[in-house]
Design a binder for this molecule. Structure first.
Ligand code: HEM
Length: 526
């Protein structure tokens, strides 16, 4: 009994001790900590659980937009800042970094040189036939659906995500996933999306990884199973390619094999190529598909933009096959403005891109961001969604307006806007796949408008993807395409109706149009 009493007393003291410590820590963070002077929500000053909460509800981009400050240039063009330690939670094998999670600047430069070879303009030209082939599959599917069932809206989110996944898997390891035409491998797309959501929560609150709280998350989400299945398939794709030999295809694997480790001492999952592949698939697939779905959403709701763009495409080319990378496609200025406006209004990567000082103990000097001294060890970052919705740079930021890219605004206003426009980030860690993204998106939108007309579905179906009137969580703008922040973006819709253009459609049907069953789900899973 005496022992139990003693234990109770000890526990009470420990509890009180922890309570006082927590109160002291919170009081310090709220009042005396060097960062306490910055504006922002009190809870965010007290704990990173603020970020975790918004990461779990996929609304971090909206929360940050509400608290926005403009620091982008000072952070991302600052040689003294590198990616923050938070990225380490994305490592896929012990001690093996991917280009995404590597922090050391020298190691990053080496990796960028190797991976970058697969994404140069020249490599893209060699890869273009594959993009065109997959685009044709996409167009034929649209034709099948619009012809077989006259009123059959197509949900553009899964349609674009499957297209993106098929292209990037061919680019990474020369293997076709065929998610556009068959449901067999579609779980990979879901698994990678679940993986991004999971990683984003760990990036925003790294203690989840340190305290092994991730298993708790799994109880509610079943993410581990989805990721495990996706990894099994990726392993199969890599093993098949290795068996075929390095020169069998022109792809990332053939370009980097010999320069990075592809074997992992007998366990592929410990190799550098494995970690690069796990990043490459969502980086190249989910991002471009967000931009495409956004374009379909806004073009179908803006008849003036739709008319201008279709007239530009239809007057620049004389056949659909001419719509490929080159001076003619690049001369389509309105197309470029529509794409840039889509990248601005719905960031494919909306999350905070954390950076941190990498000064060694002997290096002197402070890190200064927008005139503020940042204590060492502090993480700083900007959400691109937030930057792109700052009305000082982009007046009327929630309106889709490709014209802003031509506007007769003053030179200063126009150059400020261009400086603030960074969908691919900036500095040494900016996107390596920008050229490929513009090429893929331009070819797909150009060819779709060449062969088809499209419009939003009717009634409630036509509202899929839009904000909901009266919503109090930042999703109340009914004209805004809703993105869900999982580091990259998840979304749903829009539902569109397509009709083929009699004068042009024959061209893609040459060689026979295979009728494939309508397997695109009408509701995407987020
Ligand atoms: C619209 C399409 C795309 C957008 C908006 C986009 C955006 C971004 C952003 C913001 C980053 C920086 C991430 C960070 O700081 O953590 C990034 C990095 C990267 N992206 Fe993209 N991306 C797109 C398409 C692609 C494609 C198609 C590929 C390749 C197939 C690709 C490959 C990469 C790579 C390799 C990096 C890492 C670069 C480095 O750290 O050196 N991206 N991307």
């Amino acid at each position: 009994m005496a022992f139990i009493n003693l234990l109770a007393v000890v526990l009470v003291y420990i509890g009180l001790g922890l309570l006082f410590y927590a109160l002291f820590l919170l009081g310090y963070r709220a009042t005396l900590h060097p960062l306490s002077k910055y504006p922002g929500p009190l809870v965010a000053r007290l704990t990173d659980i603020y970020s975790l909460y918004y990461a779990a509800s996929k609304r971090l981009h909206l929360a940050i937009w509400q608290n926005h400050l403009d620091f982008a240039q000072d952070i991302y063009n600052n040689e003294r800042l590198s990616k923050s330690r938070a990225y380490l939670v994305a490592m896929q094998a012990p001690g093996v970094h991917s280009i995404f999670d590597v922090i050391d600047r020298q190691l990053h430069r080496k990796k960028r040189k190797v991976i970058g070879q697969a994404l140069t303009q020249r490599a893209m030209r060699d890869f273009e036939p594959i993009i065109i082939e997959q685009t044709t599959v996409f167009l034929k599917k649209i034709y099948d659906v619009s012809r077989v069932t006259p009123y059959c809206p197509i949900n553009m989110t899964p349609a674009c995500r499957y297209l993106g996944a098929d292209i990037v898997s061919l680019l990474a390891f020369g293997q076709a996933l065929n998610t556009q035409t068959s449901s067999e491998n579609r779980f990979l797309v879901e698994g990678l999306g679940a993986g991004s959501f999971f990683q984003n929560m760990r990036i925003q609150y790294p203690k989840l990884a340190r305290l092994r709280l991730s298993s708790l998350l799994d109880l509610f989400t079943n993410i581990r199973n989805k990721r495990a299945k996706a990894k099994e398939l990726i392993e199969k794709l890599i093993t098949t390619h290795i068996a075929e030999g390095v020169d069998a295809k022109h792809d990332l694997y053939s370009i980097v094999a010999g320069q990075i480790d592809t074997k992992g001492n007998g366990n592929i999952r410990h190799s550098e190529f494995w970690t690069e592949s796990l990043f490459f698939l969502p980086a190249g697939g989910d991002t471009t598909s967000t931009c495409l779905a956004t374009l379909f959403f806004y073009l179908s709701r803006n008849p003036v933009c739709y008319k201008k763009l279709s007239e530009e495409i239809r007057s620049t080319f004389t056949s659909g096959s001419e719509i490929r990378d080159g001076p003619q496609l690049r001369s389509c200025e309105y197309l470029r403005a529509c794409i840039d406006e889509a990248l601005r209004i719905a960031s494919p990567v909306p999350s905070v891109l954390w950076r941190e000082a990498v000064l060694t103990a002997t290096e002197k000097g402070d890190i200064v961001v927008d005139g503020h001294v940042i204590p060492r060890g502090t993480q700083v970052g900007v959400s691109l969604y937030s930057l792109h919705h700052n009305p000082d740079y982009f007046p009327d930021p929630f309106t889709y307006k490709p014209e802003r890219w031509f506007a007769d605004a003053s030179e200063t206003q126009s150059s400020t806007m261009r400086e603030a426009f960074n969908p691919f980030s900036l500095g040494s860690r900016a996107c390596a796949g920008k050229a490929m993204a513009y090429m893929e998106i331009s070819v797909l939108i150009g060819r779709t408008l060449w062969y088809f007309d499209f419009k939003a579905a009717q009634g409630a179906e036509g509202q899929l993807g839009a904000g909901k009137e009266g919503d109090k969580t930042g999703r109340g703008r009914t004209s805004e395409f809703q993105i869900y922040d999982v580091f990259s973006s998840m979304h749903d819709g829009p539902n569109l109706l397509f009709s083929s253009r009699k004068e042009t459609i024959g061209e893609i049907l040459e060689g026979g149009c295979r009728i494939v069953p309508h397997e695109w789900p009408s509701q995407a899973t987020r």
